[in-house]
Design a protein around this ligand. Structure first.
Ligand SMILES: C[S@@+](CC[C@H](N)C(=O)[O-])C[C@H]1O[C@@H](n2cnc3c(N)ncnc32)[C@H](O)[C@@H]1O
Length: 259
């Protein structure tokens, strides 16, 4: 039973990498505490949040001070704030520090620089025996990830980590012989019609996001820009209202330590 499990692991320790404003972190704790059912004692959670953007961390802190009643009545939550990058966190990590039941990367593994060393560090130095890693990323077949693969060989991808997907995570798990499961996440539809209009400010911003490049319209050659636009044109489909849309899907990978 989940409630017994939470009682045995009290406080239930979570390491959140790239927590942002903590929206998904609190939903995750709420989900765990709901799965625990009603018990006389509320489950205790200790979360360490690593987030280099101090404004986001402050927004998360304010949220924790004003938790909604339904979460406050279900769980006792203590937070440790780490205003730093994951890399800085690993450098200052002490051997006898707390070990965690869960390490999660909710859309943040893109920033760890080397996915293999990051996951190995978590399994060896952050997780308790039988702890788990949760990673949420884009699906390997998503057009966004395909863009990264096609264009990195052409020198258009500044940061290959931005395009990490579930398959990069499972490749590391397979290489290390770790048990893992994969689950499909949410699918979102994105209207990219505006990226084909050079005068659209929103379209140019979206094109910069999709290519992870600042002012790509101004900085790329005409030939390269055309290749990029052709790629997105081919990936898109008409939605029946004259709009060009693409679908993005997320995937969750759960890695189990020691089983
Ligand atoms: C796409 S957001 C995801 C935020 C949150 N986990 C969520 O699910 O909403 C990625 C977060 O990672 C943070 N980040 C960027 N570089 C990082 C690094 N080197 N180490 C840790 N976090 C980083 C960003 O500031 C941002 O808040």
């Amino acid at each position: 039973m989940m409630s017994d499990f939470l009682e045995e692991h009290s406080p239930f320790c979570i390491l959140s990498v790239g927590s942002g404003e903590g929206y998904n972190d609190l939903s995750f704790i709420e989900m765990l505490s709901k799965a625990g059912g009603v018990k006389p004692n509320k489950p205790q959670f200790l979360e360490r949040a690593i987030e280099p953007d101090k404004m986001k961390l402050e927004a998360f802190r304010v949220k924790v001070e004003n938790l909604p009643e339904n979460l406050k009545s279900r769980a006792d939550i203590e937070l440790e704030w780490c205003p730093m990058t994951y890399q800085e966190y690993v450098e200052q990590k002490k051997k006898d520090d707390v070990k965690f039941d869960v390490v999660h990367f909710f859309h943040s593994i893109y920033y760890v620089v080397n996915i293999e060393t990051a996951l190995e560090h978590c399994v060896e130095n952050e997780l308790r025996p039988r702890g788990v890693i949760f990673s949420i990323t884009q699906d390997g077949n998503s057009p966004y990830v395909r863009y990264g693969k096609v264009f990195s060989s052409q020198g258009f991808v500044l940061s290959p980590g931005s395009y990490y997907s579930n398959t990069d995570v499972t490749d590391v798990a397979k290489k290390n012989g770790w048990k893992y499961v994969e689950c499909s996440g949410e699918t979102t539809t994105c209207d990219i019609t505006a990226i084909f209009d050079p005068s659209s400010v929103a379209g140019n911003r979206l094109l910069d996001f999709l290519t992870q490049w600042v002012n790509i319209r101004q900085t790329a050659s005409q030939e390269s820009l055309q290749k990029i636009l052709n790629f997105w044109e081919n990936e898109s489909f008409e939605d029946g209202h004259g709009r060009k849309v693409v679908k993005f899907q997320t995937k969750t990978v759960v890695i189990f330590k020691g089983i």
